[in-house]
Design a protein around this ligand. Structure first.
Ligand code: URA
Length: 236
């Protein structure tokens, strides 16, 4: 075997799981310079936009930018609308009441929060928790969210609520109509479900949301190594 190929293959074998290769090595680019782990790429993205002022949300009362958080090698990525007060204070997505319910949902699925990745369409809190405006979403999706998705390459994306679903699918579809249905998103299976904040206001809809989550469990199971859903199933 060609010596160069042999040494590259041995380099690859030593790389940690989840290493992303931006470019094929050429005689001009050594693999060690051109390869970065998903975590490194996410860190770089965060650094690049750590003082972002590309949309009006930057000056409308944000305390912190709330980047996505979780496992860079996640099979499942949850995407919400935008940070609320607690998230803005802690600089972490889904840590308030809705976030606590999301954690329960994830755990009822037999997963742990540390195994998945959670992000939002916009990374800065909209004033008075209003929905992000189309231009704000468009900007933030293109500069951050789509890059997060590209780096993580999850098997499944679960959009939480109408805003996240409409922003990813780029059509004004009703969440009640589309929830629980897998849709293709650039080769990734995307399943919309109700937003946990909506479930807090409408607890009778939790049953529907749980049906949606079971579809994600089944989809993961049809791939490999399924999570073990909790015995008492559902979340309360
Ligand atoms: N709601 C969202 O859509 N995202 C959060 O991070 C918190 C609440």
């Amino acid at each position: 075997m060609d010596k160069k190929i042999e040494s590259y293959l041995s380099f690859l074998a030593k790389q940690p799981e989840g290493t992303v290769y931006e470019e094929k090595p050429t005689s001009q680019t050594t693999p060690s310079k051109k390869s970065q782990t998903k975590q490194q790429l996410l860190d770089e993205l965060k650094k690049q936009y750590s003082e972002c002022s590309r949309c009006p949300l930057a000056t409308q009362g944000r305390t912190n930018i709330v980047f996505g958080h979780g496992n860079p090698n996640a099979q499942v990525m949850f995407i919400g609308e935008g940070p609320g007060r607690d998230e803005d204070m802690q600089s972490l997505p889904f840590v308030g009441r809705a976030g606590k319910l999301l954690t329960k949902i994830i755990e009822a699925m037999g997963l742990r929060r540390e195994e998945i990745y959670i992000s939002n369409v916009v990374k800065c809190r909209p004033p008075h928790n209003r929905a992000p405006l189309p231009d704000e979403s468009k900007t933030c999706k293109s500069i951050i969210l789509y890059k997060e998705i590209k780096i993580i390459k999850p098997k499944i994306i679960c959009t939480l609520g109408a805003t996240a679903t409409q922003e990813l699918l780029e059509r004004p579809i009703s969440i009640s109509k589309i929830r629980g249905t897998f849709v293709d998103f650039n080769g990734i299976q995307l399943l919309p479900t109700f937003h946990p904040a909506y479930l807090l206001r409408n607890p009778t809809k939790k049953r529907d949301a749980w049906e949606d989550m079971k579809k994600i469990i089944d989809k993961l199971a049809s791939r490999k190594k399924p999570p073990a859903p909790q015995k008492n199933k559902r979340f309360k």
